[in-house]
Ligand binder design. Structure first.
Ligand SMILES: [Zn+2]
Length: 339
């Protein structure tokens, strides 16, 4: 019996040496040490042994079992290390491989234009103010001194939600909100999306972008308005850009003006961008109407102010020479990647 046990040990150690896979070693463990394994089988015959032989064989059996167990656990450790090394080798980083280029998006031309205008005005001390795109009819029209019969209030020009709410047609209600909630001095620009009931064509879109500015303080004059806009267009279009104020009529300002700048492309000689005029209209402006100040709880005897507004889409189209506003909103990457 001792002979048999030693044979089993020898075979087991040989076999363990031969295999290199975890599952193969596990099979060997079952084969030799399991409940139905070879050692157990032999020990079943212990009953036939004499009382003297039994402890001797028992001792040999334990030694054999111990050695096989140790050989198996050593082998398992060895396999674990080999597998780990192989895994590391497979995952090794080849730093000489050419990298994968990551595509980074960029800002939409309208956003770029907005940022540029915001940058110029914040540099002059203006704060950026924002307001909701769904507005009250009061903030969008009444507070801005728009008479009840003003054409812009028509159902065919404005998206009404109900009789008191609409999609704002301009960013001017942000001026109203600011004047109602803050005391002068006020110096803000209000950038944002606006909506009008326009059939889309090359120059019209039912959704467009505006930036308006508002200054309210004691003794604010038209000269300051002209100086501010002059400084603005020089930064936006170039140092030699000139401005021209033409009288106009807006309900919310008095006096009101439309502001032209010398064409940034031909410098005033006349070209396709300025349609041969040498001048391009880009802004509406004026001194805040006393009624608007009154509507917001500001005393027009004590305070005065100026306001201006521009269409961001229009300026972007002029600056980037885009001939159709719809291109800005189609999200065609071939178009957008040019800016
Ligand atoms: Zn021109």
């Amino acid at each position: 019996m001792k002979e048999q046990l030693l044979n089993i040990k020898e075979n087991a150690l040989k076999e363990i040496n031969k295999y290199e896979k975890m599952d193969e070693i596990e099979k060997l463990r079952v084969k030799y040490l399991g409940k139905k394994g070879e050692i157990t089988n032999i020990l079943k015959g212990m009953g036939k042994l004499s009382a003297e032989e039994r402890p001797v064989i028992g001792k040999v059996a334990n030694e054999v079992r111990g050695e096989i167990e140790k050989a198996i656990s050593d082998k398992k450790e060895e396999i674990k290390i080999i597998e780990k090394n192989e895994k590391l080798k497979a995952e090794v980083l080849d730093v000489t491989m050419p990298g994968k280029k990551i595509k980074i998006g960029k800002k939409h031309p309208i956003t770029q234009m907005m940022d540029e205008v915001k940058y110029i005005f914040t540099g002059m001390g203006f704060k950026v103010a924002e307001g909701p795109e769904i507005e009250t009819v009061f903030n969008n029209f009444d507070a801005l001194n728009a008479p009840k019969n003003h054409p812009s209030r028509d159902m065919s020009d404005t998206f009404y939600i109900d009789e008191n709410l609409l999609l704002r047609t301009q960013t001017s209600p942000v001026q109203i909100r600011t004047m109602k909630s803050a005391k002068p001095p006020i110096k803000i620009i209000a950038p944002g999306r606006c909506f009008r009931f326009d059939e889309p064509d090359a120059t019209h879109s039912p959704m467009f972008h505006q930036i308006e500015g508002l200054v309210v303080d004691k003794n604010v004059t038209m000269a300051e308005l002209k100086g501010t806009l002059d400084a603005f267009v020089k930064q936006l279009f170039g140092e030699n850009t000139k401005t021209k104020f033409r009288p106009h009529n807006f309900p919310f300002t008095e006096p009101s003006a439309e502001v032209d700048v010398t064409c940034f492309k031909c410098k005033g000689k006349g070209c396709s961008v300025c349609k041969g005029e040498g001048w391009i209209e880009i802004l509406g402006a004026g001194m805040v109407h006393p009624n608007v100040l009154k509507n917001c709880g500001i005393d027009p005897e004590e305070y005065s102010g100026f306001a201006f507004g521009m269409g961001v889409d229009r300026i972007a189209m002029l600056k980037y020479e885009i001939d159709d506003i719809r291109l800005l909103f189609e999200n065609d990457m071939r178009f957008l990647n040019q800016f």
